[in-house]
Design a protein around this ligand. Structure first.
Ligand code: PMT
Length: 227
């Protein structure tokens, strides 16, 4: 039988967008509001989990009751905190929108406006936190990734998601379509839940809390199966 409680389970969830500094006052960022990650945290706490929520930049959201909140800025800070909290977590969910690149050397002072043309911004790769957490996975730990995809002429959102699941090596992957005003900053979401064992579950359009419930049902079903 499907056991829906997360009693005694420690879950670590990332939410929101990273900010990659250009100088002390400027950054490269993205439109993630944190709403999806906070909804995952709220539903997990309601189901009895101990929840550590690691949040980058978010909209003005209230911290769900009973959730431990840790704030971070850049992708590198998020990585350090996720490694620490994951060492003690039974389930890890990466719902944060992590910048793939960061300015290679942020200026130590505010970049001045001059009459000369501005310098180009040189970027370097950020670590792939999800892939690192998969490499460091503890025995029995369940790792859930997200894939924010836009389809194109040749490849659908779902096919990009399938490829990402294989590449990242996580146990579950939520694929959500973005662009055209979808998912980012919205109250609603939709997509698919892909499992490493090949199962593919469509997630009907609904609130971010409803999507979160689908994720926690799948996580709970996995641990019940393996007992
Ligand atoms: O915050 P909201 O406004 O509510 O919007 C929710 C959301 C659209 C941001 C969320 O549902 C979502 O899709 N989050 C993941 C966004 C993302 O970065 O997707 P990606 O396809 O670029 O990355 C794939 C996965 O790898 C994600 O789990 C991401 O957290 C992780 N990643 C990505 C890059 C990186 N350097 N390190 C990572 O760990």
């Amino acid at each position: 039988a499907l056991q829906r409680t997360l009693e005694g389970v420690h879950v670590a969830i990332s939410a929101g967008g990273t900010r990659e500094p250009l100088d002390p006052v400027r950054f490269l960022g993205n439109r993630s509001s944190g709403k999806q990650g906070y909804a995952l945290a709220r539903v997990a706490a309601q189901r009895g989990a101990r929840v550590t929520l690691v949040a980058g930049n978010t909209a003005d959201l209230s911290t769900p009751a009973g959730v431990d909140l840790i704030r971070v800025g850049s992708a590198v800070e998020l990585r350090d905190v996720m490694h620490k909290v994951s060492a003690d977590a039974d389930v890890v969910v990466m719902a944060a929108a992590v910048a793939d690149f960061r300015p290679v050397t942020p200026a130590g002072h505010k970049i001045k406006k001059t009459s000369a043309d501005p310098d180009p911004i040189t970027l370097t790769k950020n670590p792939d936190i999800l892939a690192e957490l998969v490499s460091a996975r503890r025995e029995g730990q369940v790792i859930v990734g997200f894939a924010a995809e836009t389809g194109d002429e040749t490849t659908s959102v779902l096919d990009y998601g399938r490829a990402k699941l294989k590449r990242k090596g996580c146990d579950l992957l939520v694929v959500n379509a973005v662009g055209d005003g979808k998912a980012f900053e919205q109250e609603d979401n939709a997509g698919w839940l892909l499992s490493a064992d090949g199962a593919e579950t469509p997630i009907p359009h609904g609130s971010k809390a409803q999507l979160a419930s689908v994720v926690w049902d799948a996580v709970t079903a996995r641990s019940t199966d393996s007992q």
